[in-house]
Ligand binder design. Structure first.
Ligand code: PLP
Length: 382
């Protein structure tokens, strides 16, 4: 089922689902088969061809939410990122990459691209002219990620898309932090949208998955590459992801509301020196975020006063869990200096604005007053 006129919550709940013709059950049945007929059929189905019934079902849902013609689910966010990049880039091509991107994507580029003869440049900043400066005659793709991790910086999506179009270059965005509820980049001119569905699309910290969404023409290339790379998602996980996305709209609205309230609360605390959240008028990119996002998301970061013990603060939290991942219904917190940015020196971290007391906070859907009380009690004696 897919009606183009439906609102976003109806798409979340219904689009893509497989009608249970046998029993009339209310949800998509799970088809676990890895073997399908090849004679007298229009489509030869096989899990690594990304065309089993459950793969197609969740793909239809994600495509509707991203306003894309086609979307494909993958076994992880990095399977989605790598397959999309290798589908577009060949030896001799060049890619312009935003300087603030997810660590796994950064590693993929610096560890693998040279070996494959793919050239890359990282931007010096996030303005459109920072991207323009890095364009070369062999540039095929511009890659952005907004809001970024962990400082929630905002890239001008439409500005970068227009720049790329002038140069006949394709654009790709990692839309993980925003989710399609808060940001639909294809409407702003982006060609390829990528997700770690391990985050908001899954939303319950129990699914590893990814997704790529684009036009039929580009997805044909992605599909072709995906058969060779083999990052297909299992049918059971497709089912779980489809089920999770049914509540994506209501979850993200609640994440947005809680994060806004938490950001405003944190900003008032004397022991907290900085708060980064695109929904705050004090955020450097607040206006740009307002112009291109439908909501500001559930991610924020904040800095404890430098005399405080940031490790002890995390240990004293009772409700908010210090944890590696993000975007679950439960609130989690993480110290980039000890995790994603551990390989940089303290000076390098200071240069990019990630101080040793900066905490990244994935605001869950709990009652805000309980989260606020948890922060206040954990600050005592730090
Ligand atoms: C987690 C994440 C990824 C990678 O996804 P995996 O599912 O861990 O492979 C990519 N981009 C962003 C922004 C992420 O947060």
């Amino acid at each position: 089922m897919n009606s183009k006129k439906w609102g976003v919550h109806t798409h979340c709940t219904h689009t893509g689902e497989i009608n249970d013709l046998q029993y009339g059950g209310a949800v998509s049945p799970i088809f676990m088969a890895t073997s399908y007929p090849y004679m007298d059929v229009d489509v030869k189905r096989y899990p690594r061809y990304f065309n089993t019934p459950n793969q197609e079902a969740v793909g239809r849902k994600i495509a509707a939410l991203e306003h894309a013609e086609i979307a494909m689910p993958f076994a992880s966010g990095m399977a989605a990122v790598s397959t999309a990049l290798f589908a577009i880039l060949s030896a001799g091509d060049h890619i312009v990459v935003q300087n603030e991107i997810y660590g796994g994507t950064f590693n993929l580029i610096i560890e693998e691209f040279n070996k494959m003869g793919i050239h890359y440049s990282f931007t010096k900043g996030l303005t459109v002219s920072d991207f323009e400066q890095e364009i070369k005659s062999n540039t095929k793709l511009i890659y952005i990620e907004t809001p970024s991790n962990p400082l929630l910086s905002i890239t001008d999506i439409k500005g970068v898309a227009n720049l790329a179009k002038q140069h006949q270059i394709l654009t790709a965005i990692d839309n993980t932090f925003a989710s399609p509820i808060n940001q639909t980049p294809i409407d702003l001119g982006i060609d390829i949208v990528i997700h770690s569905a391990t985050k908001y699309l899954g939303g319950h910290s129990d699914i590893s998955a990814g997704a790529v969404a684009s036009t039929a023409e580009i997805m044909e290339k992605v599909w072709h590459k995906s058969k060779n790379l083999g990052g297909n998602l299992s049918d059971f996980m497709c089912y779980l992801l489809e089920r999770s996305i049914k509540t994506l709209g209501v979850r993200v609205e609640r994440h947005n509301k809680n994060a806004q309230e938490m950001a405003e609360f944190l900003q008032e605390q004397p022991l907290i020196t900085k708060v980064f959240y695109p929904g705050l008028t004090s955020h450097r990119d607040h206006e740009l975020a307002t112009s291109q996002m439908h909501g500001f998301g559930g991610m924020l970061s904040f800095e404890l006063k430098d005399t405080l013990d940031v490790i002890k603060f995390q240990q004293q939290l009772k409700l908010i869990k210090p944890s590696m991942s993000l975007a679950g219904v439960e609130s989690t917190i993480l110290l980039p200096a000890k995790t994603s940015h551990a390989l940089l020196s303290p000076e390098q971290r200071t240069d990019i604005g990630v101080s040793d007391n900066l905490l990244r906070f994935s605001v869950g859907i709990e009652d805000v007053k309980d989260l606020q009380e948890d922060i206040l009690q954990a600050l005592v004696g730090c």
